[in-house]
Design a protein around this ligand. Sequence first.
Ligand code: ZN
Ligand code: MN
Length: 145
Amino acid sequence: MDTTVEAKRYKRSRQRERILDTLRRTDSHPTAAWIYDELKRDFPDLSLGTVYRNLNILHDQGLVRVLQSGSTFDRFDADTSVHYHFVCQACGKVEDVAFPLPHDLDERASAMLGRVVTGHRLDFFGLCNPCSSAESADPVETGKL
Ligand code: ZN
Ligand code: MN
């Protein structure tokens, strides 16, 4: 019975609404653990597993984007519009990049490859500004050595 459309209709949940709300109020592309930390005061019964389960439901509903940007833990983005990310290889910070790629990139790739293209993935990697200045600074002065 769970294979029918019925299974896609989730009961409204206050926890899930707060998870989405928390995600919409940050542009830091947080992990599930970060969201859990934000909400555990208000929801003492909340578990990290519940946060994950609700994030998966929100993803199913098309309200949340899951980012697999090369780090161990998935990060989540409530901005589901087409945009790209810059990932800092030192601190793992994920920033939005409004990179002007053609809006019909998938169609162009379809035409070129002669097969159906359903999507694409693009991440930029490098050092964020703070990490980049930390790297160029005197390591003794910055207390890193
Ligand atoms: Zn960084
Ligand atoms: Mn984003």
